[in-house]
Design a protein around this ligand. Structure first.
Ligand code: AMP
Ligand code: MG
Length: 352
């Protein structure tokens, strides 16, 4: 067990001591859970292979799943990546600082541990000012995957980090809840056309608006075949899962409500009604005959993204066994929510 410290940083200008303390821990090779606008990250010095290895250990994460490297300003970019295509420059201009990660060729001396042995690096400049102040104070790019135990829902509050990582890391920064709530959009700039590997708050439409064109990788909405090359190693793992079994149900409010009530009725007739939950939209609640938990307003994909992981965590505490989730439409930011839910449900999808 490690001794874990809680460092409170609400405002990086006012809580200067906290920023310096977090930076000092990182500089001497320690692990610190830090806020970003997407989800909390478990940070280590990207150039310290031993620290990066410890991140994999603390998360229980497979070592071939590379990490996102976070920078505080554009001047830091050449320290991790080289050969910037025109599209990368345009995207940085449009969306940085913000929830967009770009895959670019890496510089030689960035350790293999950080990039999972790949010749490329995933790099992002976050919007959150606390992490940016810490990166600046540590004067090193930070490798930071989500600060959860691998497989469980990503953390969107510092309390989630405490629940998952207390005793496994050197410090957890106590700060505000994440404003976006799902991980960054990952876009590869290695080919001719920008390719979205993981959807997030920056949508494919917005990327096309800047670059003229965009493709979305098949793995975003489909389980890749076993023998297919996996462009983003994270896509092949089951993810974001509570202990309860999830089924994603896509359809109108009417179709969804009828489906859930039917399933519940059948289970009751068969004498096994306990533990069925509806993870639904605010509008669905009053029509459902099973316990409900809402994750936002229908078609308000930003609200759903913000609530998603906290609600997935609550399901276990509520004793849910089988959860029928009302799917958002896979459009705009809804695509990111849909993608996470599809993986949380291990691709169990019913389309009505
Ligand atoms: P996380 O750090 O948990 O937000 O996950 C980072 C995501 O980015 C994972 O899905 C990784 O597989 C993906 N990723 C990181 N580095 C690369 C890279 N060089 N090429 C492709 N995907 C990457
Ligand atoms: Mg993660």
């Amino acid at each position: 067990m490690k001794k874990t410290e809680l460092i409170s940083i609400m405002d990086p200008q006012e809580d200067r001591e906290g920023v310096e303390q977090a930076a000092a821990i990182l500089k001497r090779g320690g692990l610190v859970a830090v806020p970003t606008e997407t989800v909390y990250g478990l940070a280590a010095d990207a150039f310290n292979p031993q620290s990066v290895k410890e991140v994999y250990f603390a998360k229980g994460r497979p070592q071939d799943n590379p990490m996102i490297v976070h920078i505080s300003d554009l001047a830091m970019l050449p320290r991790v990546a080289k050969d910037f295509p025109e599209a990368a420059k345009k995207l940085a201009e449009a969306f940085w600082p913000g929830p967009l990660t770009m895959i670019l060729p890496k510089v030689e001396n960035l350790p293999d541990e950080t990039t999972g042995g790949l010749a490329t690096v995933a790099v992002r400049m976050p919007q959150n000012e606390v992490i940016r102040a810490i990166i600046e104070a540590a004067d090193t790019p930070l490798a930071a995957p989500s600060a959860n135990r691998s497989g469980s829902p990503s953390p969107t509050t510092y309390q989630h980090c405490v629940d998952d990582l207390w005793g496994l890391v050197d410090a957890i920064v106590e700060s505000e809840d994440c404003t976006v709530g799902v991980e960054s959009t990952v876009v590869s700039l290695l080919g001719e056309t920008p390719l979205v590997l993981r959807p997030g708050a920056v949508t494919p439409e917005e990327i096309a608006g800047v670059c003229g064109e965009v493709k979305v990788d098949d793995a975003v909405l489909h389980l890749p075949p076993e023998d297919a090359p996996v462009l983003s190693p994270g896509m092949k793992y089951k993810h974001y899962s509570p202990a309860a079994k999830l089924r994603l149900v896509r359809g109108s409010q009417w179709d969804y409500v009828n489906y859930v009530n039917e399933v519940a009725k059948k289970a009751e007739e068969e004498g096994a009604p306990n533990g069925i939950f509806a993870m639904c939209f605010d509008e669905d609640i009053h029509h459902l005959e099973v316990p409900t938990i809402s994750y936002g307003v229908a078609y308000d994909y930003e609200s759903q993204a913000r609530e998603l992981f906290d609600v997935l965590r609550q399901l276990d505490k509520l004793g849910a066994h089988f959860v029928l989730v009302h799917a958002p439409e896979p459009e705009g930011v809804g695509l990111a929510v849909y993608n996470r839910l599809l993986r949380a449900a291990a691709f169990d999808l019913v389309e009505l």
